[in-house]
Design a protein around this ligand. Sequence first.
Ligand code: AMP
Ligand code: TRP
Length: 329
Amino acid sequence: MPRLLSGLQPSGQLHLGNYAGAIKQFLTLQDRGYESFVFVASYHALTSVRDPAALRTNIRQVVIDYLAFGLEPKKTHIYLQQDVPAVTELAWLLGCVCPKSQMDKAVSYKDKVAKGLPASLGLYTYPVLQAADILAVEPDVVPVGEDQRQNVEIARDLAQRFNHAYGRDDTPVFKVPEVMIQRGTAVLPGLDGQKMSKSYGNTLDPFLPEKKLRKTIMKIVSDSTPVEAAKNPDTDTTFALFSALAGADNPRTHELAEKYRAENISFGYGHAKQALFELVLEHFGPARQRREELMGDPGHVEQVLRDGAAAANQAAAAVVKNARHAVGL
Ligand code: AMP
Ligand code: TRP
C-alpha cells in the first residue's frame, strides 16, 4: 500500500487555501487507498505562536477540522507532532548532515522574518524538523501546496546526504519521497487577490456561520468593470475560488465563465459572489455538520489522536533504530 505524509501548522484557523492546496489531496489519496499519516505540526507553530492558550485551542481545532473535512481515522493516522518523539531525535541526526549554507538559501526563513516573525534558531532550522517529520514514516508522497515545495526538496536532499554518508548502496537508511502538488490550486488567492494566507488576514474560513460567510464572500475584491460589460474570469478572485471548489472541468464552472464573458446587464460580480456563497454551503454542508458534532465529542478526538500516535510511533521506531545504528550510536 502506498503511503502519504503531510501536516499543517496549528497557527490559526484553517482556510480555503489549506483545503484546496493540501487537504483536498489528502482526501483524494485516502480514498485511493493510500495509508495516510496526517499530523499537526505543533513544534513548527512555536516559531510563530507565543500564546500557550491559543496554541492549545488551535491544535484541537486542526484535528477537529481534519475529521470534519473527511479524513477517516481507519485510513488516515491523525496525530500530534509532540506525540512522536522520534521526530525530534531524527531532526538532530539530519541537522548534523545539513550544511548551514542550505538553510541560508531557504526562502521561507527570509520571507517569514521579512513578515515580522522572530528570527529564532527554530525558524532557521524549520526545514530540518520538517524533513524529520517526513522521513520518520517513510512515505511515498508528500502532498502540499506550492509554497512547501522547497521544504520537501530539502527533505529529499537531506535523506540523500544521510544515505550517502552512512548508508550502504544496497540499504539506504532513509526512503526518498516524492513531492505532490495539485495543479490549478497550487496557490489559491485570498479576499484581496494576494495569496490566501493567515498572515495576510485575507482568508476565507469555510466553517463561518452562514451570515458571516456571506458577508466575507461579498468583501472579495473585484475590478471596476461595469455590470453590463464583459468580465474576465481568469483574473477574478471569486471565479478562482469557485473553480478551485467545483473543479476547473465542472460544467458549472464553464457556465459561470460564460456568464462572465457575456455582455449582460443582469450578471455582475455580486451575482458571481452569491454563486460562490451557495457553492461553499453546498460543498461543505456535510463537513459543517460533522464539525458541530465533533465539537461536542472531545473523547472521540482524544481516541483518534492516541491511535494515530501509536501508528506513527510504530512506523518511526524502525527508522530511528536504523538511523542511530548507521551513525554509530
Ligand atoms: P500553512 O497554512 O502555511 O500551515 O499551510 C498548510 C498547507 O496548506 C500547506 O501544504 C500549504 O502549501 C497549503 N496552503 C496554504 N495556503 C495556501 C494557498 N493560498 N493556496 C494553496 N495552498 C495553500
Ligand atoms: N511547513 C508546513 C506548512 O507550513 C507544515 C509541515 C510541517 C509539513 N512538517 C511537514 C508539511 C511535513 C508536510 C510535511 O504548511
